[in-house]
Design a protein around this ligand. Structure first.
Ligand SMILES: Nc1ncnc2c1ncn2[C@@H]1O[C@H](COP(=O)(O)OP(=O)(O)O)[C@@H](O)[C@H]1O
Ligand SMILES: [Mg+2]
Ligand SMILES: [Zn+2]
Length: 507
């Protein structure tokens, strides 16, 4: 009868903290006490652990068991502590040779039968564990694939408490578990599948290059969703760090992304317009989960039929749009998740969707139309540089037989233009044209004099607002970068104006 210590890990946002689990088994009336800010799920662990131990051919101690989790101030949540607690109990009761658990992290939930069940967030847990100097981890088999994305810690998978004991005592050796490879070819979406829509495609290429948020307006069935879904295919592939960060967020949310092989493609996340604020930005009562805006980190957040969103949902995006992250505050503490994405909104031109400016079959009054579009609040629209009109593709475009340009060709141009911009902004703390601060647009990053005076004339005639002035300049820079022009001229400005005014006429 003695004391044993194992290590688990607790997550706050993407950050993990090592938790020491100390079990003291002493003479006294049978009882079980859990100390150190456990949440409800952890408090329920006793029955699972007792049953799992009994069903694994081991004995639950008929004495006083005290489990203490430290640091005590840290709120601990989830069921991932089942495994380290059980091993500590078995070790304290001499049922497993008192091994040196130093530098080994144990993660997993136990079923009543003693099976090791997967938990959420294993990837960020192990990234943190490695940072804290841990050398080895034992994780549930279903989490093995994501756990292996962390290179600086040795990972062993197990499917039951019995297997963990066998591994710890050296009776059995780690099994070879086949890993999914990231190289597998998956049928990816491609812009070559979209007929016509040359203007919209050019608009999306601009958005991808400058990181501009955008709004697509057009009647149902014109291909807005189809176009939006293909934006990630023309963004640069994620580098290892970005891919891991995205995977870590998805690991906590428990989405399927980790099972997918296109792990380096920027994510595309499309919450339905009926989603809640928690669904959009994250939250939850027990464990704080990332929302759609964090799942879309380093990728695209697409909101179809955006004016249909309940009040407040779109406004909740203002914080991530401004700061690139979202802070969620709950009684248990506050958590920050990264949330830097390209926002793509789609809207019908009117409540019935048929409005084409020519009145075909649309009965909506102009007041109804205005009210519908006004649901997209001003502060949100302020952040949207690009408004695109999407019209029905012509029959000729649909029938066209020669091959259409593929996403790879568009992506190559995006990457090249992004490099030009990044070089221009060296040392300034931003890399994309959409991020140029307004004051620098008026000083360092002006267009040429003819374009600037054209912009001022438009302002004087009140055809554009100060905000429109800045958006047009940012877009002109992106168009210039795509065309290989060093400083935007009247041509790039006109191209930018053209993209905007089409949509403005509809609105
Ligand atoms: N330009 C296009 N080229 C090929 N197919 C198209 C095109 N536009 C629309 N479609 C077809 O119409 C369907 C509906 O398009 P969708 O993107 O859902 O429209 P929207 O989102 O504007 O309502 C698509 O799944 C696709 O099959
Ligand atoms: Mg759609
Ligand atoms: Zn209508």
């Amino acid at each position: 009868m003695s004391v044993a210590t194992t290590q688990g890990i607790s997550l706050t946002g993407l950050e993990g903290e090592i938790v020491q689990i100390e079990v003291d088994v002493s003479k006294g009336l049978p009882g079980y006490q859990l100390l150190g800010l456990p949440d409800a799920a952890l408090n329920e662990s006793r029955d699972r652990i007792r049953s799992a131990i009994n069903n694994s051919g081991k004995k639950w101690p008929q004495t006083k068991v005290t489990v203490s989790l430290s640091p005590a101030w840290l709120p601990k949540s989830g069921s991932g502590f089942d495994l380290p607690i059980s091993i500590a109990i078995l070790s304290a009761t001499d049922q497993v040779a008192q091994k040196n658990f130093d530098k080994t992290i144990l993660i997993g939930e136990l079923s009543l039968e003693g099976a090791l069940r997967p938990v959420r967030g294993v990837l960020p847990m192990l990234i943190s564990a490695a940072k804290h100097g841990m050398k080895r981890a034992i994780v549930p088999e279903q989490n093995f694939h994501e756990a292996n994305l962390v290179s600086d810690i040795s990972v062993t998978a197990a499917s039951s408490l019995i297997e963990v004991l066998a591994l710890l005592t050296g009776i059995s050796h780690p099994r070879d578990i086949p890993l999914l490879t990231h190289e597998e070819v998956v049928t990816e979406l491609d812009f070559s599948e979209v007929a016509g829509q040359e203007d919209a495609k050019f608009g999306l290429e601009i958005a991808a290059t400058g990181g501009h948020h955008l709004l697509m307006m057009g009647p149902p069935g014109t291909g807005k969703t189809m176009l939006a879904e293909r934006i990630p295919t023309i963004l640069p592939r994620l580098d290892d760090l970005q891919a891991r960060e995205v995977a870590a967020i998805h690991s906590i949310a428990g989405t399927q992304r980790l099972q997918q092989s296109h792990f380096k493609t920027p994510p595309f996340v499309a919450p339905h317009h009926t989603t809640t604020t928690v669904g959009m930005v994250g939250g939850g009562t027990k464990q704080i989960r990332p929302g759609a805006c964090s799942l879309a980190h380093n990728g695209v957040l697409f909101i179809d039929e955006a004016p249909e969103c309940a009040t407040g949902i779109l406004d909740a995006l203002r914080q991530p749009l401004e700061s690139g992250s979202i802070e969620i505050t709950r009684a248990v503490g506050s958590t920050r998740f990264p949330a830097r994405f390209i926002l793509a909104l789609a809207a019908n031109p009117c409540p019935c969707g048929r409005f084409t400016g020519k009145g075909r079959g649309c009965q909506c009054s102009s007041i109804q139309v205005r009210r519908y579009l006004n649901r997209l609040s001003g502060p949100l629209l302020d952040r949207i540089d690009l408004r695109l009109t999407v019209e029905n593709p012509t029959r000729a475009a649909l029938a066209q037989s020669e091959p259409r340009e593929a996403s790879a060709a568009m992506r190559a141009r995006v990457i090249k233009a992004r490099q030009v911009a990044a070089e221009r902004f060296t040392g300034l703390g931003f890399t994309l044209n959409s991020q140029i601060p307004s004051d620098q647009l008026r000083s360092q990053f002006r267009a040429d004099s003819k374009a600037m005076s054209a912009l001022h004339t438009l302002m004087d005639k009140e055809e554009i607002t100060a905000r429109g002035f800045h958006k047009l300049l940012r877009l002109s820079w992106t168009i210039a970068d795509l065309k290989g022009v060093t400083v935007p001229t009247i041509n790039e400005l006109e191209a930018a104006l053209n993209l905007r005014s089409n949509a403005e006429r509809v609105a």
